[in-house]
Design a protein. Structure first.
Length: 153
């Protein structure tokens, strides 16, 4: 990747709805080479998707809970089974394998405490879950930030 690729990525992170002509103007390319570069970035897996960022409260999901999950063992099969089960849970919007006192950190969104209780019960029933620790978000300070790309020659 070169400086132009980084400029393309930065512009698309700021506004994924840019037309190819608008994007080309921003990065000082003609439209055809710009489109080729975007397609290559997509094919190489650098750009993985385009989506709308929603206001959680306006979308009816104002409650965010970070849930630390510890598994009952650290065998590969336990992790695989847990991860596969998490993929099917729509209320889990992110899941990370982490270091520290927990094995995984989930980000869960729900409409209210009652809905979270349902999500919690479902999470406790996932394969190999030993313990759960919930941390309720009070308010968001920063979310959905662009990746901090730096181009080095």
């Amino acid at each position: 990747m070169d400086a132009i690729d980084f400029n393309i990525i930065q512009a698309l992170q700021e506004d994924g709805r840019l037309s190819n002509v608008e994007l080309a103007e921003r990065v000082n390319l003609s439209p055809s080479p710009c489109l080729r570069r975007v397609k290559r970035l997509e094919q190489d897996g650098v750009i993985t998707s385009y989506r709308a960022n929603l206001d959680r409260e306006k979308a009816g999901l104002p409650m965010t809970v970070f849930v630390d999950v510890t598994l009952d063992n650290n065998k590969d099969h336990a992790s695989i089974e847990f991860e596969q089960a998490v993929l099917d849970k729509d209320y889990v919007i992110s899941c990370f394998l982490v270091s520290g006192s927990a094995d995984y950190r989930l980000e869960i969104v729900t409409k209210d405490l009652k809905s979270y209780e349902t999500a919690l019960n479902q999470t406790q029933a996932l394969p190999h879950v030993k313990s759960i620790n919930s941390n309720f978000a009070i308010r968001a300070v920063k979310t959905a930030a662009s990746l901090p790309l730096v181009f080095a020659n």
